[in-house]
Design a protein around this ligand. Structure first.
Ligand SMILES: [Mg+2]
Length: 316
């Protein structure tokens, strides 16, 4: 039985192991948008199966700032994640081993205005873990995070999880201060299995993970469910607010000062000047309420037109 997100265990409060993606599950030193380039790190699939067999739910949490930098699209991130899920399932002979992929496409130095911003989902912030906790009903204090970077560990700790860092970089380890440091993913899983013994009695019975036939029960999600941050366009108001923040950020940036002044921007500038004049005329008519309202309505309408022109220009 699957819940609306495809979870097989909707009524169980369970611990999870949150997994960083790049250089934790797959070998990837750069931005990856091509599913054909996915290479699982040795031992990952069998180690994940061990975690699932003792009841941990497996959730990938990944920064994908390459989307904001224009290196690849969200659709390509989805394709890479699908490929990872497929390779893990094939290798472990199990379906849906990774329950969900969460990723954050935003980055404050992105080249795309749509994605150029800080976001609570971007590690070291714990947004993805907190969201997964709500979506899946997880007990975060009994959960773990496995990653290779200080930002992974920081996100895990901020969410109340324990952490294992897969690294041999002393400088990074010193920065991160994880609960445990290991050199391979398999060692990370062994550490969790040993340390998690005290939690074991609280974990629910192990799901039938190693039986593909059982896992293919009707209604279950065959592969991991994709989950990205709440769409920035949630309503007209939030879209306008987001766009205005974008505009403000850009106007503040040095880069923007060098951007060519377009016709649309010049017209919007003149329009903005007229808005101020209309509003001033309106204020001078305060003794005549009808005239005042007309002037102010005119100013408001013109303001909307100038904002629209700036937004069109920003997105072009
Ligand atoms: Mg990583």
């Amino acid at each position: 039985m699957a819940d609306r997100w495809g979870s097989r265990y909707p009524h169980r409060v369970q611990a999870a192991v949150f997994l960083d993606r790049d250089n934790t599950l797959i070998a990837n030193d750069g931005d990856l948008g091509d599913p054909a380039q996915v290479r699982l790190i040795d031992g990952v699939a069998s180690a994940l199966l061990q975690l699932r067999d003792v009841g941990y739910r497996l959730v990938v949490v990944s920064n994908q700032g390459g989307v904001a930098r224009g290196k690849f699209s969200e659709a390509e991130v989805d394709a890479v994640n699908e490929r990872i899920a497929t390779l893990i399932d094939e290798s472990a002979k199990c379906r849906g081993l990774i329950e969900r992929f969460y990723y954050c496409p935003y980055h404050p130095q992105g080249t795309s205005s749509r994605y150029r911003r800080e976001h609570p989902w971007r590690k070291p912030q714990p947004g993805m873990l907190l969201q997964a906790g709500r979506d899946l009903g997880l007990d975060l204090r009994r959960s773990w995070l496995v990653g290779d970077q200080p930002r992974d560990v920081a996100a895990g700790h901020a969410a109340g999880c324990r952490s294992v860092m897969v690294s041999n970089d002393r400088e990074l380890i010193e920065q991160a201060k994880p609960v445990a440091v290991v050199e391979t993913f398999s060692e990370a899983v062994q550490h969790i299995l040993r340390s998690g013994d005290s939690d074991r009695e609280n974990l629910q019975p192990s799901p039938p993970s190693s039986n593909p036939a059982a896992a293919s029960t009707a209604g279950e999600s065959p592969t991991a469910v994709r989950k990205t941050p709440a769409a920035p366009i949630e309503s007209g108001f939030s879209e306008l607010r987001r766009a205005m923040l974008d505009l403000t950020e850009q106007l503040r940036s040095d880069r923007m000062r060098r951007v060519e002044l377009t016709t649309l921007r010049m017209v919007a500038g003149v329009g903005q000047l007229l808005v101020v004049l209309l509003a001033l005329f309106g204020l001078l008519q305060l003794d005549d309420m009808e005239a005042f309202v007309k002037w102010m309505l005119g100013a408001a309408l013109l303001q909307l037109v100038t904002i629209t022109m700036l937004l069109v220009d920003l997105r072009s």
